[in-house]
Design a protein around this ligand. Structure first.
Ligand SMILES: [Zn+2]
Ligand SMILES: [Zn+2]
Length: 318
């Protein structure tokens, strides 16, 4: 049997009959995600959303259009909706368990490659891992379809996202993407309102504190717009190709080798743009932008494989 182990694994009898690892029991006993809201990066992110919202609506939209006018109220409503959806998606991403290996998970003994990749064993959890699952040192357990993070556009091995104090995985990836999407839209909206207001001809900047405020806020929304747009663009690429950051990092060499030999590398989970989007956002397009519309998710241990792959496809379960 073709089994890939990180070091050494026990036989399959023990894998099928193993108890949940101690780290998983401890995680559940800690009460899951509620404690995550008290972490410093999460508090900083919520504070940032609050500050940008208040200044954009009550300073710049009010100054530019007036909150008592119809255009002013319309702009305030649009921005409030973006801010609400950003915050709502953020809380869902923080509080939703990304998914751990079900105790009932039993590795496929007849055909280890049936689900798209060789079976892997995690020595830390003492259990076999489903396809696309990876171990997180911070969560101290294997996370289903772990997406992985990028920092300053450099893909590294730090898979845990500090900003949501959680891993991004199978069950909370939709909420994470929607949080990034609404945050990027809100930042660009805020930046446009700021520059239109600032570049108005009749505007004068009196007082040193006024000038510092404009420079700081302009820099903040410009940097946020750039960083979040870049992050959104990267995740749109991942979404439309049904690939995770970790899988992309692993596939870089395969893509280079395929290109060198004049061939095209095909990711085995890439089912086409619309199907890939449906796998993450759901089958109903009208619910794509709602972070808790995740009724299409299953147990996260099996994934449909592209027909371009040389393995036979399995029934969709993601
Ligand atoms: Zn593990
Ligand atoms: Zn983690």
């Amino acid at each position: 049997m073709d089994v890939v182990r990180e070091k050494r694994g026990p036989d399959l009898f023990h894998a099928r009959h193993s108890f949940p690892p101690l780290c998983q029991i401890r995680e559940r006993a800690m009460g899951g995600g509620k404690g995550k809201l008290a972490s410093s990066p999460v508090i900083a992110a919520i504070s940032l959303i609050g500050v940008v919202y208040y200044i954009t609506v009550f300073v710049f939209v009010d100054d530019l259009l007036g909150l008592s006018t119809s255009p002013g109220r319309l702009n305030a409503c649009i921005f409030s909706w973006l801010a609400f959806m950003c915050l709502f998606s953020f809380f869902v991403a923080v509080l939703t368990d990304p998914g751990s290996v079900p105790p009932s998970f039993a590795p496929e003994t007849e055909d280890p490659l049936k689900f798209g990749e060789p079976l892997k064993y995690c020595d830390k959890c003492s259990t076999y891992k489903p396809p696309r699952a990876h171990h997180c040192r911070v969560c101290r357990r294997c996370v289903l379809k772990m997406v992985g993070m990028i920092h300053l556009m450099l893909i590294n091995n730090d898979h845990h996202c500090a900003w949501i104090s959680n891993c991004v995985g199978y069950a909370n990836y939709k909420a994470f993407i929607l949080c990034v999407f609404h945050a990027a839209m809100a930042s660009i909206y805020s930046m446009v309102v700021f520059f239109i207001n600032t570049l108005e001809e009749h505007h004068n900047f009196e007082g040193v504190y006024n000038k510092i405020f404009y420079v700081l806020f302009g820099s903040l929304v410009s940097l946020l717009s750039l960083a979040l747009s870049t992050l959104l663009g990267w995740h749109i690429y991942l979404l439309t190709h049904n690939i995770t950051t970790i899988e992309y990092r692993i596939a870089v060499r395969a893509m280079w080798l395929a290109k060198k030999s004049g061939q095209k590398h095909h990711h085995r989970f890439d089912l086409g743009v619309y199907k890939n989007l449906s796998m993450i956002l759901g089958p109903n397009v009208l619910k794509w932008l709602w972070p808790t519309a995740t009724g299409h998710l299953r147990d996260g241990t099996q994934f449909a494989i592209s027909k371009a792959d040389d393995r036979p496809p399995v029934s969709p379960n993601s």
